[in-house]
Every structure is written in structure tokens, then in C-alpha cells.
Design a protein around this ligand. Sequence first.
Ligand code: SF4
Ligand code: SF4
Length: 236
Amino acid sequence: MFSDHRQRLVNELKEELEAAGNISSKALAAQIRDIGFSCSMCGKCCRRSCGDNRVLLTSSDIRSLQDSSLEDAVFPMLPDIPDVSLADTVNEYGHELEVDAQGRYHTFGWMLKRKANGNCSFIGEDGTNRCGIYDRRPMLCGTYPFYIEGGKLLTSECECLGKSISVEDSVLLAKDLLDRYVTELEDTVLLYEKFEGMGTSSQTPGGSKSLSGVDGIIFVVHDHNGNSEFAIKLNK
Ligand code: SF4
Ligand code: SF4
């Protein structure tokens, strides 16, 4: 059932979407130039050792990865922890996820798969920090360290903020940022509209039904398409 609360959230998001259509990419580009940015390819935003490096995927990112036969890179969104080996993630942090009567973990959205050390699967480990999917990198990566929230331009941590950026690059970045902002809002509207509920029970991960001895985990991912199941085999 579509609750009043959810309907209110959808209405607010739709208003934000409408307002997003009035944001001038020229003005946004000017704001970006005022802040300044030039990536040094330090690779910090791609590595877990430097903080939360999860890359939330938009519907457009997922399509692009699937079209490039990179569907294995699409992974259920999990809590951020320093050691991201899957078994540890779910056993130690599963309490942050909802679990239903069938022992399935519920999560919202998808992230780019990370390596066991927490680094992005695509970061070059040869000292170059080159992105292995540069031309198809997700919207978040292409616009980092900028993002838009509530119509306002904001920045994440990056030591290369404040450096000079050309007019041409700022215009391209502004356009990509607006695309990302609108796509994320549209995805969230669809998520709320298609959400079918958790069907949760009081069962606790790692509690009465510990994952030890279970050789697979089922996630139910709630996203812009509704609900989908995703199975992962654990390494033993
Ligand atoms: S965006 Fe910033 S943190 Fe990321 S690689 Fe470039 S300079 Fe480093
Ligand atoms: S996809 Fe590329 S840019 Fe994005 S986190 Fe991975 S290595 Fe970094």
C-alpha cells in the first residue's frame, strides 16, 4: 500500500526534479570555476584506506555496465566497513540491514563491486591509479568531488579542490553533474513508487540463524525497477 508518508516524499522529490530543470548549467559551471578543481589522479577517492569509497550506481550506470558485459561489477549496496570481505561484511554489519523471515537481506540500490581490500575493482594497482573503465565510469566517479543536493552544489573531500579549471572542462562537468542529479532523483522517485515492503521478521543476522555454515547469501535489492533477488556464494 502506498502510504501518505511515501506519497509526500515522492511529491517532494518531484518538486525537486522540476526545480532541477531550472538550474542553469552555465551558472553551475561558473560556480565550479569559483571553487576550482583539477584531478591529480591520486586515486584516494577509489581506495578504501582513504575513507568511504563506495560508488552508488544510477540506473544509467547499471545499463552501461551491463551493456559492456560488466554486470559482475554491479553489487548490492552494503554498509561501509574497512574490511570488505563479504562474509565479514554481512556477519559483522548485517544488523544494519533488514532481514526477512526467509533470511534474505534487504538493501537499497547498487554499488560498484570492491576488491577484498576495499579498493574499487577497477583501480590500477601498478602505481598509475588509472581507472580500468574510464570511458564507462559511473556518474559519481565522473563528477567527483562535486555533487548536488537540494539544488545546491556541494563538494566531498579532495586535495585538488581549489585548483584552476578551464571553462571548457567546467561546462562539461556542470552538464554531467546535472545529469547525475536528475538521474538520481528520478531513480529515487521510482524506488519509492515501486517499493513493495520488506516482509521483515525479528530474525537477527548472526543471531538465532547464524550465517556460519551457510554457503550463500540472498539479498533483496530495492531499486528503481522494484525488488530483485541477488545471490552470492560465500568463499569458505
Ligand atoms: S578526484 Fe580528488 S581524490 Fe579523486 S583521484 Fe582526483 S584528486 Fe584524487
Ligand atoms: S570506477 Fe574508476 S574512477 Fe570510479 S572508483 Fe573505480 S577506479 Fe575510481
